[in-house]
Write a protein that binds this ligand. Structure first.
Ligand code: ACO
Length: 374
């Protein structure tokens, strides 16, 4: 047995592998491109292609990719029946997790772990996740589902399937930027969970099912559903400073602030703040931005702590009129690209992920016959 290596709780600062998909050391980059550059010049479909295939697509590569993804925007009847039959009140993210697990039974490539088969499965999941979110959304309200459109990109089609009305260009753009920003983030908890699962030579659907489970918690993707829980009870800007100071005095964690890697700010939050502010202004509810601004100032001054991406995302989606429980599913329908890219990379150069632990249990003892135990 090899000696136990250095220990860092929560694996903080530990390098646990190699990746060519994204880097955080000099600002977030996807496959060498700075994320602000991608957010400004690309749409989400192009970034999805970049993450899965390794480079930005040219016109014909993008068109072929979109044709494949658009054709896969459907669920088989048994998956629809599953979504329909879930108990009332099932959280949308749980419904999404169950959908991915069940989709494995209907994918012809489920057990094929070749690079090509994993890419095919990843493209299909990219297409199917938004459909599962929207179908569950409608079934849970007793409504008819809205069929996907073949002429729309990922963001526009999602808004179409959710609302059944022509999506507004400003909503499509804002959602698209948020999906680009959510798409990939190195060895975050859900991605690491996916890599760990598939490192046993399991399969993509199992890894994505586990990743969605890891995303759910409020310390990770679940945080974007908590932002309006903070802002709504505060209600007006004049109450914001007292609220945040009281919360800090009670040692509460303010959702949407702090990050394991970024200690001086998250560039993604800065990019999405502008879109959140514009969306709030469009509905004449600039107050959410005013409250957010005051909380940001106090957090920076008192705790040297800065917003992460979930902070503006919660406000943006709320101002777009989206229901709060689908905010983390929206994160998932973007991160499916990063998760899949990592699963493929892990399997292409696989080594079982199996770390060690420091034992903290009882000292050595010997077994007494059951009659002699107290
Ligand atoms: N609000 C108030 N205090 C905080 C916050 C916060 N959001 N985050 C950390 N702290 C405090 C901790 O209480 C701790 O204080 P202490 O030293 O007095 O005990 C100190 O800062 C260090 O905290 P850690 O938990 O060690 O920091 P870590 O790097 O592990 O945490 C995390 C990162 C989990 C994201 C944390 O900042 C947090 O809980 N944030 C709120 C949840 C959130 O927004 N999650 C989204 C993450 S980003 C994403 O998924 C897109």
């Amino acid at each position: 047995m090899t000696p136990a290596p250095a220990y860092s709780p929560g694996l903080e600062g530990i390098v646990a592998g190699e990746t060519g998909i994204s880097s955080v050391a000099d600002g977030l980059r996807y496959r060498g491109y700075e994320v602000p550059d991608l957010a400004e010049h690309c749409n989400f479909d192009e970034v999805a292609y970049l993450l899965l295939h390794g480079d930005l697509p040219n016109k014909s590569q993008l068109a072929q990719f979109q044709t494949r993804v658009h054709a896969a925007r459907r669920l088989t009847q048994p998956i629809r029946d599953l979504l329909k039959g879930l108990p009332k009140g099932t959280p949308p993210l749980d419904a999404l997790r169950s959908s991915v697990s069940a989709l494995a039974h209907f994918d012809q490539d489920t057990t094929d772990n070749s690079h090509e088969a994993n890419l095919r499965k990843a493209e299909r999941l990219l297409a199917q996740l938004p459909v599962a979110i929207c179908d569950h959304y409608h079934y849970s309200r007793g409504e008819q589902v809205v069929a996907a459109r073949q002429d729309l990109g990922q963001s526009a089609n999602f808004l179409w399937m959710l609302r059944g009305t022509e999506p507004k260009p400003e909503d499509v753009k804002a959602l698209d930027v948020s999906l680009i920003l959510y798409a990939e983030h190195e060895f975050n908890a859900s991605t690491f969970a996916a890599r760990t699962i598939v490192s046993t030579e399991s399969d993509l659907h199992s890894a994505i099912t586990g990743a969605i489970g890891a995303l759910k918690g409020r310390l990770h993707g679940g945080a974007n559903e908590k932002i309006m829980d903070i802002l709504k009870p505060i209600g007006t800007a004049d109450k914001a400073e007292k609220w945040v100071r009281d919360a800090l005095a009670k040692k509460e964690r303010i959702m949407g602030f702090g990050h394991r890697v970024y200690k001086t700010g998250d560039v993604r939050a800065g990019i999405l703040k502008k879109y959140a502010a514009e969306a709030c202004a469009r509905i004449n509810e600039a107050k959410w931005e005013e409250i957010a601004e005051i909380i940001e100032t106090v957090m920076a001054n008192e705790k040297k702590m800065y917003p992460n991406l979930d902070w503006p995302a919660g406000r943006l989606y709320y101002a777009m009129g989206l229901e709060i429980p689908i905010y983390t599913p929206i994160f998932a329908m973007s991160r499916i690209t990063g998760w899949s890219a990592h699963v493929i990379e892990q399997l292409d150069h696989n080594r079982l992920i199996r770390p060690r632990a420091i034992y903290t249990g009882p000292e050595l003892r010997s077994v007494k016959p059951v009659a002699e135990r107290g």
